[in-house]
Design a protein around this ligand. Structure first.
Ligand code: PMT
Length: 400
């Protein structure tokens, strides 16, 4: 999986930098072409003279070469790489990456990187546990970076705990798995609905809900990362479209989402219906702003089309349809009813009873329910939840 891959190996100033030489050797043995980029502090722990023969390339550390003033282009490295791996990553470098402090070649390369980034932290247990480090790691995750969790064990300080850089063999395996997954959905087209819908009351007001689109956008990013072509039909959200082959269609109302889904679904292999679609819309939309008066105001509502049920009716034997159920009570039975009534292959249940789950959070806690099984997952970052859902689609629903 690593044969011919271009990998930028970033090394920062940690005692674990000695493991980087072995890591580099393993990557090269797997057929990867590796460019080492070191921070000035990393050179205190391991010298470029050790690393450049192993990679077969001069190590890059400064913005300009000392002998002839030649500029080292972090932009070119960002375009060249298929992946950037920062191992070991110190608390200081993680903080700089999280906040864009571009004061060395490694951080500028990171900021220019077009390819996926893998971060393998290494530090003492208290530094790792510190809320600042944890918050910075969360920020990196929210940028789509992959964190390779450090291990437990004896640390350079003599203390024992979590903070040891993951072993080189395990890091290489992580990268191999990543590149294997990238090919899993190639040739597949996936429709994903996202965000809230707005149902107009008058030119300045609407009925809406709290959906931020985070869960759906994480799913879109994950499907694209695994090689799928994604059609993202999105209600109004404040999110950037994730990287990859994603066609985004912006809509506002449930009617517009319905039209777009009915048009796109026949050419898709999968539909993942994550949008919080308004179940009702006002019967009449005032063409001027409704003025305040002394009387109560009644707005009569009529049901919107059920998009999931409509897609469930036209679904072919080769297509898979995954819905979501957002519940506040009787969660399991409500979700099972929706699974059946909408003719879904699986439904992802999230409950507002669970702290950190549902609307707006970066995290979610879900159960994936099909006709034959229910799998419960712990609270996780929405990107990890997206990974679990896509794994389920590939492994349990047997997408052809
Ligand atoms: O966007 P975030 O802030 O990240 O929050 C994520 C989320 C909570 C919105 C998401 O995880 C979620 O649960 N989405 C579905 C919300 C919802 O509307 O659930 P529901 O139980 O009301 O609907 C059941 C299913 O039918 C859903 O797949 C929904 O998209 C679909 N539906 C509902 C109504 C309708 N008129 N048409 C539909 O297609």
């Amino acid at each position: 999986m690593l044969q011919g891959k271009h990998i930028v190996l970033g090394i920062t100033g940690s005692i674990a930098a000695y493991k980087a030489a072995y890591l580099l050797r393993l990557l090269v043995k797997k057929g990867a072409e590796v460019q080492v980029v070191m921070t000035p502090a990393a050179k205190e722990f391991i010298t470029p003279v050790t690393l450049s023969p192993l990679s077969g390339k001069p190590v890059v550390s400064e913005f300009f070469a000392a002998n002839d003033g030649q500029w080292h282009s972090h932009v070119d490295l960002g375009l060249w790489a298929d992946a950037m791996l920062i191992a070991p990553a110190t608390a200081a470098s993680i903080g700089k990456m999280a906040h864009g402090v571009a004061d060395n070649m490694l951080i500028t390369t990171y900021l220019s990187m077009k390819a996926p980034v893998f971060v393998s932290p290494a530090m003492d247990l208290d530094m790792y546990k510190h809320p600042s480090t944890q918050a910075n790691l969360k920020l990196l995750q929210s940028y789509g970076n992959h964190i390779i969790e450090p291990g437990f064990g004896e640390l350079a300080s003599g203390l024992e705990g979590k903070g040891r850089m993951e072993e080189p063999e395990a890091i290489v395996e992580y990268l191999e798995q990543y590149f294997a997954q990238v090919a899993e959905m190639s040739g597949k087209r996936v429709l994903i609905t996202a965000g809230p819908t707005y149902e107009k009351i008058d030119p300045v007001r609407f009925i809406g809900n709290y959906s931020s689109g985070k869960m759906a956008y994480a799913l879109a990013g994950e499907c694209a990362r695994r090689g799928a072509e994604v059609c993202l039909i999105s209600g109004p959200v404040q999110l950037e479209t994730p990287a990859g082959n994603i066609q985004r269609i912006d809509i506002e109302s449930a009617d517009e989402m319905y039209e777009a889904c009915m048009k796109e679904f026949p050419t898709c292999d999968v539909g993942i219906l994550c949008a919080a679609v308004a179940d009702f819309k006002p019967i009449c939309v005032a063409d001027q702003k409704i003025k305040r008066g002394a009387e109560d105001l009644c707005i009569q509502l009529t049901p919107n089309q059920d998009i999931a049920a409509a897609l469930g009716r036209i679904k072919t034997a080769d297509q898979k349809l995954i819905g979501f159920a957002l519940e506040t009570h009787n969660e399991m039975s409500n979700a099972q009813n929706k699974l059946q009534k909408k003719n879904l292959d699986a439904i992802v249940l999230n409950s507002l009873q669970d702290k950190g789950a549902g609307f707006r959070h970066d995290t979610n806690k879900v159960s994936i329910i099909s006709a034959t099984e229910t799998l419960d997952y712990p609270l996780k970052h929405k990107q990890e939840v997206a990974r679990d859902i896509v794994d389920y689609l590939l492994n349990n629903l047997h997408l052809n």
